[in-house]
Design a binder for this molecule. Sequence first.
Ligand SMILES: Cc1ncc(COP(=O)(O)O)c(C=O)c1O
Length: 379
Amino acid sequence: MSDRFGFETLAIHAGQPPDATTGAVIPAVHLATTYAQEAVGANKGFEYSRTGNPSRATLEATMAALEGAEHGFCFSSGMAAEDAVLRRLRLGDDVLIPADAYGGTWRLIARVYGEYGISHTPVDLTSPDAVASAWQPSTKLVWIETPSNPLLRIADIEALAHIAHERGGWCVVDNTFATPYLQQPLSLGADAVVHSATKYLGGHSDVVGGVVVTSDAALAEHLAFIQNSAGAVPGPFDCYLVQRGLKTLAVRMDRQCANARTIVEFLSEHPAVERVCYPGLVSHAGHDVAKRQMRDFGGMVSFVVAGGEPAALDVAARTELFTLAESLGAVESLIEHPARMTHASVATSPLAVDAALIRLSVGLEAIEDLLADLGQALS
Ligand SMILES: Cc1ncc(COP(=O)(O)O)c(C=O)c1O
């Protein structure tokens, strides 16, 4: 189906034919934990819901189709999805991570895997040369976030995948910020894509989930094994919520990108703003790469407030429509202070972020209302 239909069609139909027995147009939420067997070992594809559940299988098929992958695996959170991939590493391996990695990813790799003898090297992923020279004999993996969180830096997926493969390593992309609607890393050479489905895929701030997709058969076997063995699986209703979110992903993303563009224009002109980070700006260092590998530039915007941390905290406290909260990618606009909120876990590490930085997740409210809210908060 993936080759014949456009993204929006796949989001609504891939893996989701009308129910064979009832004709229901929406996939059922299968709550059963176990499945009747006709004889020992003879079943209809499901035995026990940790191992496989029809609601999860439907979502996995849709996500694989949307990312152009052979296999999809759903997890109970984005971190559980990342963990399943990282369990492929072995004692003595090193991982290259973005110098501005999502704090939770850094914590998992540095503080959990670090305890098990797996090291990491923060690298400026905007520079393929820096990645090539950071690659050691022990390096197995480059972990890419693009656009990155919270600085919205752009990494050239094709170039970094090439460097990894030339050296016998592999390349994983966290596609949470872009979603498969804006960027399809497997088509650029990545070996696997991970998502926090909690963000744009679910899209309504009402479900925590994670996804991994890949077309690598050995990696798929590993992921299925970990999914079943460690058991960090999503519940069927959570799968349904993400499935429902996917159906409107393209229209939500189009509007969120358009709103973000208008907000970036407004902030760029504002005297209380020192610098705006958005890959859609021609002046952004990664603009050309973003233009090549993305359909549009996304709904996330970061900016540095003139006046340092006190001014940034003041802005974050004063918005009314932009809710002060962690997370991103949903219909409502959010504002946060990365240094003290999402990235507090990296505060004392080399990955610490500028305390004057504010991150916006631009939602679907009327753009005039969003501009007025930012205007009064910055005044
Ligand atoms: C880029 C990115 N990756 C992964 C995660 C982790 O996802 P979750 O919160 O669903 O575990 C997040 C969460 O904020 C994120 O922003």
